[in-house]
Design a protein around this ligand. Structure first.
Ligand code: GDP
Ligand code: MN
Length: 354
């Protein structure tokens, strides 16, 4: 699962990595300090280029920035949270990441002298690449200091490399990227941004994991802002097939949504709220083949959505698999019908949207 920037930075900070002073924005409260950088907390990169990062100096600018960024969709995501951070005086932006190199069966540190928002334009062979092991970690800082040409930061970089390595291992990370690693006007190194992804398969040994992604719809993709049919499915394959079937029937699908195996009432309800942001939705098709997902959780979300969202368009629901009976019972108590096949859902949707 992908962590939001503020979650990843909390982990970094606990490991001793320097991060900017920060606060989570609460829209009705004034900023705890100004000037500040306001940053959209969406689980994708490229926020800077998309307008999701803004420096504000006055309370008015703060208010404007938060109302703008709250509504700014970035790569299909609207933020649920905004992070405020102290403005760092940037002398230079470096790139630093730890990844798993499957071929080398090792954790590899990658670094580039030119970090920041244009990092993907760097040539792949320009990167410093260091295979990290319990042995090589002790020299990683030296290599970084030499490569960055920051000899006076050797000690800080050595500490940083060790802290990141520990963070990576202890959190079963798949990716830990700091871009930019900021070299400040005060000659210190600060993690300006952090992207972190942890291995879902390791969740069983991390009872402390309580990241927002579990509540967020991570595989939500906008296909057409003005689509007329919204879809909710589980599993990427079924979600794709559902979208295709809608399009084959001559209707315009608005989104792709795979609610994933760990979907619960809250995450599905969040998906409904997201769907309601599309202006032209006429119907919603729900196609669930439940394995790990439980039909009764979906049913509860459907019922909650119907009571909380007055303008909810007609729902055409096909459920099968785990806890189907409980779901059917819950839905029938609320007089919400289910259909046996996706074909029937599409047929009904077509008639309703006509
Ligand atoms: P991303 O675009 O999603 O990777 O978001 P980042 O957090 O990396 O921010 C993008 C860019 O905004 C950075 O590369 C910086 O150039 C700029 N930025 C972010 N925070 C600060 C700050 O505190 N001070 C200044 N001057 N620029 C900042
Ligand atoms: Mn960044």
């Amino acid at each position: 699962m992908k962590l939001l920037e503020y979650e990843a930075k909390q982990i970094l900070s606990q490991a001793g990595v320097p991060i900017p002073r920060s606060f989570l924005v609460e829209s009705k409260k004034p900023a705890p300090f100004l000037p500040a950088v306001i940053k959209s907390q969406v689980p994708v990169g490229g926020r800077g280029k998309a307008g999701g990062v803004a420096i504000v100096t006055t309370p008015e600018e703060f208010a404007q920035a938060i109302s703008r960024i709250q509504q700014l969709e970035i790569k299909g995501f609207l933020p649920r949270r905004l992070l405020g951070e102290e403005v760092v005086d940037i002398k230079h932006e470096y790139y630093l990441s730890l990844i798993i190199d499957k071929q080398a069966a090792a954790i590899v540190l990658m670094a580039h002298t030119d970090g920041g928002i244009e990092v993907e334009e760097n040539q792949a062979n320009d990167f410093l690449r260091v295979v990290l092991t319990a042995q090589t970690i002790s020299t990683a800082g030296n290599k970084l200091a030499e490569y960055f040409d920051l000899p006076e930061q050797t000690f800080a970089l050595q500490e940083l490399a060790e802290q990141l390595y520990q963070c990576f291992i202890q959190n079963d990370a798949l990716l830990l990227e700091i871009n930019p690693l900021i070299y400040t006007g005060g000659d210190t190194l600060v993690a300006g941004d952090c992207k972190m992804e942890c291995d879902d398969a390791a969740a069983f040994r991390h009872p402390e994991w309580d990241f927002e992604e579990k509540q967020a719809e991570t595989n939500f993709v906008t296909l057409d802002e003005h689509g007329e049919v919204a879809t909710i499915a589980n599993g990427a394959g079924l979600a794709m097939a559902t979208v295709d079937a809608v399009a084959d029937a001559g209707m315009k699908p608005a989104n792709f949504l795979d609610i994933g195996g760990g979907a619960n009432e809250a995450s599905v309800l969040a998906a409904f709220e997201r769907i309601m942001e599309y202006p032209d939705i006429r119907v919603i098709i729900i196609n669930i083949f439940a394995g790990i997902t439980r039909c009764d959780e979906i049913a509860k979300a459907v019922i909650a959505a119907r009571s909380r969202i007055p303008d909810l368009p007609p729902l055409y629901i096909r459920l099968a698999g785990t806890n189907f009976e409980q779901a059917a019972q819950l839905l029938s108590e609320q007089h919400i019908p289910t259909l046996a096949t996706l074909e029937e859902c599409i047929q009904n949707a077509k008639e309703a949207a006509a």
